[in-house]
Design a protein around this ligand. Structure first.
Ligand SMILES: CC(C)(COP(=O)(O)OP(=O)(O)OC[C@H]1O[C@@H](n2cnc3c(N)ncnc32)[C@H](O)[C@@H]1OP(=O)(O)O)[C@@H](O)C(=O)NCCC(=O)NCCS
Length: 172
């Protein structure tokens, strides 16, 4: 993806709508047909499953409204994804503190450092807005935690010394 004419920060489309506001990078909900391009990213992020097992689950979760599986496409090529899950209504307090977890954020190594991760986090914020109050996730100190801090999120120490917990408070 590091084309010679490419500007260092790619123009980005808005949230999960798929609406293109720049000529190069868009984010949108992934679809069944994205599987062949998605599988290498999922495998690189880490799964012990064979492709058939992973694909069947992908298809099931795409149809589950609790899940957001968001992709970033550079000139039509899938270069990253985010996966987030709405934990739903609480038995006692309803939707007051409704929470989602960011399970995965992954950018193809050749596409890193060009704003793709930032665009995906913007898509996650768009997905969360109006749906949940909080999105939480953990990130390892010294690796990805610095990325989230660079974007302005603040991590808190947790019992696991190597990790920070981040919380994004959205609008409901
Ligand atoms: C972490 C990751 C998603 C970042 O994606 P990316 O597309 O390279 O990030 P961006 O280009 O959007 O970077 C946005 C900003 O964060 C900075 N940044 C990126 N990675 C960083 C890191 N590890 N530490 C500190 N800053 C970082 C960039 O320099 C950029 O800063 P700028 O706005 O001043 O230019 C990517 O490196 C990745 O997929 N890593 C492997 C999987 C992973 O660790 N996922 C997170 C699991 S919690």
């Amino acid at each position: 993806m590091a084309g010679e004419s490419r500007s260092p920060r790619l123009p980005v489309a808005e949230a999960t709508t798929g609406r293109r506001i720049g000529p190069i990078l868009i984010t949108r909900n992934l679809q069944i047909d994205d599987w062949p391009a998605f599988w290498p990213l999922l495998r690189a992020m880490g799964t012990d499953d064979d492709e058939g097992t992973a694909e069947a689950r992908y298809g099931r979760l795409l149809g589950d409204p609790a899940w957001g599986i968001l992709g970033a496409l550079d000139g039509g090529r899938l270069v990253g994804y985010a996966a987030v899950q709405d934990y739903g209504t609480h038995l006692r307090i309803g939707d007051l503190h409704r929470m989602a977890r960011l399970h995965d954020l992954y950018v193809d190594p050749v596409a890193r450092g060009q704003g793709v991760g930032r665009a995906l986090m913007s898509a996650v914020e768009g997905w969360a807005s109006g749906r949940v109050r909080y999105v939480v996730w953990q990130a390892r100190r010294g690796t990805s935690a610095g990325f989230y801090e660079r974007l302005g999120y603040r991590g808190e120490a947790v019992p696991q010394p190597d990790y920070l917990t981040f919380t994004l408070e959205g609008r409901r």
